[in-house]
Design a protein around this ligand. Structure first.
Ligand code: ZN
Ligand code: ZN
Ligand code: ZN
Length: 359
């Protein structure tokens, strides 16, 4: 691990309009003696509407796993939706300033009956089921409502990450537009594909996993090989890989992607989700090891549901973006898409890899 000072502007390879200033000079480093607001770690809270026994306090259930008996995962309408289906979009005025009415669906996925459980404490089986619920709920909503163009699945965990409810949960917002950042990724990766005839995400994974081979003592007839797996790989499964992005916006940001090209999360099989669960669980264990009771947001980015979605099948690659939040912004946004980061992604990846995972 080199302690050299890094001072670089890095252009995000996926969305080149976004850049990160990496500046690791000591004076820029924040103090480390402050902890984020403590998280509610109780396993059951009598007054919590998401805890078992309080089901009558939530809106009616939209989906439940298992379907009968005690639930393990429960999907309900968000009691405070940011978008709602109680009115229909009318004709929009054609002008520069357009309004899109707040039409859509906003659901809460109660991840686990245990109120304060952290993701790396879920069994891998439970995590597999959770991502299966995301997939099945997305499939259902796209089928039920042709107006929906994108479904954003995300999780805010902990107050530092804007989690409004202490009980562990994810959210799903089905909307009639494609959010700006996803649109940027879709368009930029298509431009990359047109120039290089390759998916930019696949290219990044290949680069991150490249191994170098060194041969020694050829004359002696001995051939020793040295393999150096990529610096940016944090965790590797059979089908998924966790990567520290070269131009990370946040110091502990990690992305998980399928190793084999796949544009659409909706086409994942249960077997694939089981490997995703393993990689995610181990990645969260590493983040907890480095950050300590990590509070974070994660976002699922998949190809939008458009008539021409097929055009992006070769160029877009679905992924999960995990963005841990620390109390002191050691990564922050200067605005205009410029982020500053005081720990180099290389050092962050090294530290994450050093965490020993109990088997
Ligand atoms: Zn609860
Ligand atoms: Zn790809
Ligand atoms: Zn993304």
């Amino acid at each position: 691990m080199s302690a050299a000072i890094v001072r670089e502007i890095r252009i995000d390879p996926v969305v080149p309009t976004q850049s990160v200033l990496i500046s690791t000079a000591r004076g820029n480093r924040p103090r480390r003696d402050e902890q984020p607001v403590a998280r509610d770690m109780r396993s059951i809270v009598e007054t919590c509407p998401f805890c078992r026994g309080n089901e009558h306090l939530t809106p009616p259930v939209a989906m439940q796993v298992p379907a009968a008996g005690e639930w393990a995962i429960r999907v309900v309408k968000n009691p405070y939706p940011v978008l709602a289906d109680d009115f229909l979009p009318t004709g929009l005025p054609a002008g520069i300033q357009q309004v899109i009415e707040g039409y859509g669906h906003h659901e809460v996925i109660i991840d686990h009956p245990n109120h304060g459980i952290a993701l790396h404490q879920f069994t891998e089986r439970h995590l597999t089921t959770l991502f299966g619920v995301y997939r099945d709920r997305m499939r259902f909503l796209y089928e039920a409502d042709p107006r929906i163009k994108y479904i954003l699945v995300f999780k805010n965990f902990g107050k530092a990450a804007g989690g409004s409810m202490a009980h562990t949960h994810s959210q799903l917002i089905a909307m009639p537009i494609v959010p700006h950042n996803v649109h940027d990724e879709v368009e930029s990766s298509r431009e990359f594909y047109q120039r290089h005839n390759a998916c930019v995400f696949c290219t990044l994974i290949d680069e991150a996993m490249t191994m170098t081979t060194t041969s020694f003592d050829r004359r002696a007839g001995e051939r020793r090989q040295e393999y150096e797996t990529g610096r940016y790989i944090v965790e590797r499964g059979e089908r998924f890989v966790a990567v520290k992005p070269f131009a990370s916006r946040y110091e502990w940001e990690v992305h998980i992607l399928p190793v084999r090209h796949q544009s659409n999360f909706l086409t994942t099989t249960d077997d694939e989700l089981a490997d995703l669960a393993r990689v995610l669980s181990r990645t969260m264990t590493r983040l907890n090891g480095v950050v300590g009771d990590v509070q974070y947001n994660y976002f699922l980015h998949t190809v939008p549901h458009l008539k021409n979605s097929g055009d992006f099948a070769d160029s877009f690659h679905w992924h999960l973006e995990i963005c841990p939040r620390t109390s002191i912004p050691s990564g922050f946004e200067l605005g205009s898409g410029l982020f500053v980061n005081t720990i180099s992604p290389e050092e962050a990846a090294d530290r994450l890899r050093q965490i020993v995972i109990p088997e």
